[in-house]
Design a protein around this ligand. Structure first.
Ligand code: PEP
Length: 249
């Protein structure tokens, strides 16, 4: 049985003033029945870890370098994230793939760096609008899964986030049938390659998840939770999404 996960990606948003959101979230969900993860800017990781105290909320990075340390100005490594108190890291987010030309091969090495540091890698994949319209979504997803997930992936160290690029930050989401089709396909690819470990890997949906659409998305069979961008910034928005996920447990 896969434990559901509600993950928030704060992207390049947030300062110490926003730690109040963590206080509100942990107060509202004192004993959550799903896993919770927030990935803030790296500057806030240690402060969030301190702020949440013993609460099971996990704190994660948004990216990591392939190397553990060295001459890479402006980058952050998986061991540095772990030392700050992070337990997970996003790799291969579409904004990284676009802004920094990250390839599947690079994402796979980053995921391995995360494993080596004891972090869970949240590996992000998803098709562009042009790929969706060309009817190649499943081919794109198959190739991204094959290229971005290391052979060492397990149910414990890997989460997959299916995020159609055209749905991120746009307010547009695929139909429920389209989400079901891709999540079912991802599950079959994972079990074909990783057997029982693949059956245990959680697959999140991401892309314009909001309090108003969360329940419908979470009702889809192979959706194990969500990776939420904009609506994770405020506890008042993220809270109802968590509540909708808890309702499925
Ligand atoms: C994301 O950043 O991964 C994301 C899904 O963003 P949004 O929820 O804002 O579409």
């Amino acid at each position: 049985m896969r434990r559901k996960l509600a993950a928030g990606n704060w992207k390049m948003n947030g300062t110490a003033d926003d730690l109040a959101q963590i206080e509100a979230l942990t107060a509202a969900f004192a004993a959550p029945s799903v896993d919770l993860l927030i990935c803030p800017p790296a500057t806030l990781i240690a402060q969030m870890v301190w702020k949440k105290g013993a609460h099971p909320l996990a704190i994660g990075g948004q990216d990591c370098h392939t190397a553990a340390k060295g001459a890479h100005t402006g980058d952050i490594s998986a061991p540095i994230l772990a030392a700050a108190g992070a337990t997970a890291v996003l790799v291969g987010h579409s904004e990284r793939r676009t802004d920094h030309q990250e390839t599947d091969a690079l994402v796979s090495v980053k995921a391995t760096a995360a494993y080596d540091a004891g972090l869970t890698a949240v590996i992000c994949i998803g098709e562009t609008l042009a790929e969706r319209e060309a009817g190649t979504t499943l081919d794109v997803v198959r190739n991204q899964l094959a290229g971005s997930i290391p052979d060492a992936a397990t149910a414990a160290n890997t989460v997959i986030a299916y995020e159609p690029v055209w749905a991120i930050g746009t307010g547009k989401i695929p139909t429920i049938e389209q989400i079901a089709e891709v999540h079912g396909f991802i599950r079959s690819e994972l079990t074909a390659r990783f057997a029982a470990e693949g059956e245990g890997m959680r697959v999140l949906y991401g892309g314009s998840v909001k309090p108003s659409n969360a329940a419908d998305i979470f009702a889809v069979a192979d959706v194990d939770g969500a990776l939420v961008g904009g609506a994770s910034l405020k506890a008042d928005d993220f809270g109802p999404i968590i509540t909708a996920l808890e309702a499925t447990v």
